[in-house]
Ligand binder design. Sequence first.
Ligand code: NAP
Length: 289
Amino acid sequence: MEIIDGKKLAANLRAEIASDAAALKAEKGVTPGLAVILVGENPASVSYVTAKEKACAEAGMYSREIRLPESTTQEELLALVKELNGDSAIHGILVQLPLPKHIADKAVIDAIAPEKDVDGFTAVNVGRMLIGEECFLPCTPHGIIKLIEFSGMDLAGKHAVVIGRSNIVGKPVAVLLSRKETNATVTMCHTGTRDLASFTRQADVVVVAAGRPGTLTGDMLKPGAVVIDVGVNRIKDETRPKGFRLAGDADFDSCAKVARAITPVPGGVGPMTITMLLWNTLEAAKRAS
Ligand code: NAP
């Protein structure tokens, strides 16, 4: 059984991105720039934003962190996005979700210029991805495809089962897996699926993005399957300094006994998400220069 090392793949890709960013700077005088907007003090969001900025700095990119109070209005946020849309030092704009309840996520995301939508979340980008036009691929789903390839699996003709149908993971993963260039056959499962195991047992690759620990267990797998565990769940654990540990959606121990390869949590999908954000920011800067 192989552990699919997301940290290693992310480090390889980040080294390539850093070298491309340095070349862009040397040849065209352009430093890729990412603006990260954080509204409020959600601890998980604060740590995601900090990690994104650190990764930008390590890749030789410019990042501008804009922290706004919880009381920020939707109009103020929309005005900021508009300003960044016109800022030539900024090639990518990321609005950290979730936003406070009084702000409509969708209105703010769709205000981002599609050419700066490095998260790939705007309706325009999602539509372009669906019909196979040039776009920014959403970071977590793009990272998942890279991880499957890194495990040595050629997806063409394989059966992929995706557990989850969210707009940020399940649906876009299913779209990317079924594109002609990837050519997998895809089954998408959700809480309305009857007998989940009957589908996962047919799968060559299972992508589990349910947000519930223990959704996938070893007895639900075909021997030799590849498992990509997207879930990030905090499990109470008083023996840990922070009082919790992280667990994925797959029961790692039982799945590892049956699978050929599996991503760990942490250290699997997580590091790839930020890496693909850097990838898109570099791409946005290249397209703009
Ligand atoms: P979400 O919006 O809550 O969607 C979960 C999906 O899973 C829903 O479609 C739900 O079905 C389905 N589901 C839940 N329990 C199920 C079950 N027992 N059987 C079958 N389907 C089930 O979650 P999300 O935003 O996609 O995120 C999923 C997980 O990935 C979370 O743990 C999140 O923290 C993690 N995540 C990680 C990264 C990363 O970078 N590592 C990035 C994004 C998300 P219904 O539609 O029927 O409700």
